[in-house]
Design a protein around this ligand. Structure first.
Ligand SMILES: [Zn+2]
Ligand SMILES: [Zn+2]
Ligand SMILES: [Zn+2]
Ligand SMILES: [Zn+2]
Ligand SMILES: [Zn+2]
Length: 266
């Protein structure tokens, strides 16, 4: 019994066939060019690491400067995300010379829809664009409001309808959310770019062409939102909330006159 315990305590008893291994030693690294594998890794690094690599040594900097490959898949996350502007994004993505494949912007709050769209327009081969935690829904697309849901509702991605890379919106309607989840074919649902799926300017819900209500400002509204908005005294059409600056007060009556009626001099 005692012998057994002793045996168990000794990891490499003399009569065992396990050859004791040398403890790991840190190999002395000869100064010289970086290992080839490092160049391969460049293509998979998030942007911050990529830029930091350029500072490591001349040959890496050269590789980053001359090679398109590391710039084809650009992922921006902490800590660069908060400082990334449209200009910097344009600058960085231009290194891919129009061959950008993936662009993932994690919480890049300064990037505007226009900034993103112009990158997409200049890189026709782009097949995946992710923009996490940006304003989520169609009707909030230009505001800095954040949804408190952790799940992203907007993915700039390939539109399931037209197959173009665009801002693709989810539908906030409860019935649609349930329906879309069950669909086998995403093309059948109402997730899509704003050219394929017209949406209500106020609530972001999808609109069938026959149910789009007319507004003075020209934006489409669903009937529910239309009913709730104040209307022009003359044409009885509302402005969406984004365009309330396009209305004129009449001294004689309460309410407002829309821009069109105002210029038509009613
Ligand atoms: Zn589309
Ligand atoms: Zn609506
Ligand atoms: Zn819908
Ligand atoms: Zn009017
Ligand atoms: Zn409007």
């Amino acid at each position: 019994m005692e012998k057994l315990i002793q045996k168990a305590k000794d990891p490499f008893p003399s009569n065992s066939c396990i050859i004791p291994q040398e403890p790991y030693t840190i190999q002395e690294i000869e100064p010289g060019p970086p290992h080839e594998a490092l160049f391969l890794v460049l293509a998979y690094l998030p942007l911050f690491e990529l830029l930091a690599m350029g500072e490591v040594c001349m040959s890496l900097r050269d590789a980053l400067h001359k090679d398109v490959l590391p710039w084809l898949n650009i992922i921006v996350e902490r800590p660069l995300n908060l400082r990334l502007t449209d200009e910097i994004l344009e600058n960085i993505t231009s290194k891919a010379i129009g061959r950008l494949k993936t662009l993932a912007l994690m919480n890049c709050v300064k990037i505007t829809d226009d900034g993103l769209q112009s990158v997409i327009d200049r890189n026709h081969g782009i097949n995946k664009v992710q923009q996490r935690q940006q304003p989520m829904l169609f009707h909030r697309r230009n505001s800095s409001m954040f949804s408190n849901e952790s799940e992203p509702l907007i993915d700039v991605d390939i539109c399931p309808k037209c197959k173009d890379v665009r801002m693709v919106y989810d539908c906030p309607r409860e019935a649609c959310k349930r329906k879309n989840k069950k669909l086998m074919q995403p093309t059948a649902g109402c997730k899509g770019c704003n050219l394929c799926i017209p949406r209500c300017e106020e609530c972001g819900g999808c609109l069938e062409s026959e149910e789009i209500e007319e507004t003075a400002c020209g934006d489409g509204l669903c009937s529910e939102c239309w009913l709730q908005l104040p209307k022009c005294n003359f044409c009885n059409r509302p402005n969406c909330n984004r365009h309330t600056n396009r209305q004129y007060k009449h001294s004689s009556s309460s309410g407002f006159v829309c821009e069109i009626c105002h210029y038509m001099q009613y």
